[in-house]
Design a protein around this ligand. Structure first.
Ligand code: 48F
Length: 256
């Protein structure tokens, strides 16, 4: 019966996919633009990478452009990444380029999966695995389970490296610091919190702040700004793309 085969096809392939991803080189928490770019470059380098996003549609804050005007701006320094993802762009002004935010977000997702990354949507990462004072993986649960406040235990996924790409909330960094009494590699040893908007310094600092923040825990994108206390930058996305590429480069250098 075709009805049964449809169900069986979904169930068997889904559980194969999940099982294949129980031991990862890299687990990326959050499917915003920085994390997706990281997933693409890591997968392209042959690493086993999975990305977890709590929403039905990963893509984070890129879909909406600014105030739902669905255009984004990228500066010259990051244009090579736009080209790598085959995204259409128009030159706008001195070193600035504009593109459609829906095309851009879907292109990032499409290319990351085609490069070999697995994206799990509707998964919330509620904790990390913390062994011998190192981050060793992620603890995942269905987003609806957490939203409903249901008392259901999560599953564990091992990873050599974990990337916190959760955006403004920098959830993984906060969780690791709060639960384990450790110091992150920031001025205070804790999550400092992002500063008010400044495009030039925000864009520069988000890339500088992309690093290993605790053994095996890396941070990229707005999470990197929030952890290190640097400014937000608004709907200019070059820094996000460059941050994703940088975290991938750091991990590739370490694991390959
Ligand atoms: O915030 P977000 O888009 O990440 P980003 O890569 O990009 C920031 C920009 O979109 C924008 C900006 C640009 O200049 O300032 O804000 O830093 O996306 C973060 C994603 O992480 C998911 C969330 O659903 C979103 O899609 N996320 C957050 N916490 C968790 C999570 C979690 N605990 N588990 C799973 N997903």
């Amino acid at each position: 019966m075709i009805e049964r085969k449809v169900s069986q096809g979904i169930i068997t392939t889904y559980f194969n996919k999940l099982e294949r991803n129980l031991d990862l080189d890299v687990a990326i928490v959050g499917g915003g633009p920085s994390g997706i770019v990281a997933a693409y470059y890591l997968a392209k380098a042959g690493l086993k990478v999975a990305q977890f996003d709590r929403k039905l549609s990963p893509g984070g804050g890129m879909w909406g452009g600014a105030m739902m005007f669905n255009q984004i701006v990228v500066q010259e320094e990051a244009l090579h990444i736009i080209k790598e993802f085959d995204i259409n762009y128009d030159a706008y002004d001195n070193n600035l380029y504009v593109m459609d935010s829906v095309e851009s977000t879907s292109a990032l997702l499409y290319k990351a999966v085609h490069a070999g990354a697995t994206i799990f949507n509707c998964y919330s990462v509620e904790d990390v695995i913390f062994k011998n004072n190192e981050v060793s993986g992620v603890v995942v649960n269905w987003t609806p389970v957490l939203r409903e406040g249901m008392h259901v235990d999560p599953l564990n996924i091992m990873a050599k490296c974990v990337i916190d790409g959760t955006g403004h909330d920098s959830e993984m960094c906060r969780t690791v610091a709060r639960k384990n009494g450790i110091r992150l590699a920031t001025d205070t040893g804790d999550v400092i919190g992002e500063r008010s908007l400044d495009v030039v310094s925000g864009e520069e600092e988000v890339v500088n702040g992309t690093k290993e923040i605790y053994p095996n825990l890396y941070v990229c994108g707005m999470a990197a700004s929030a952890v290190s206390g640097t400014p937000r930058m608004g709907p200019i996305f070059g820094g996000m793309l460059l941050s994703g590429k940088r975290v991938a480069d750091l991990i590739i250098k370490r694991l390959k």
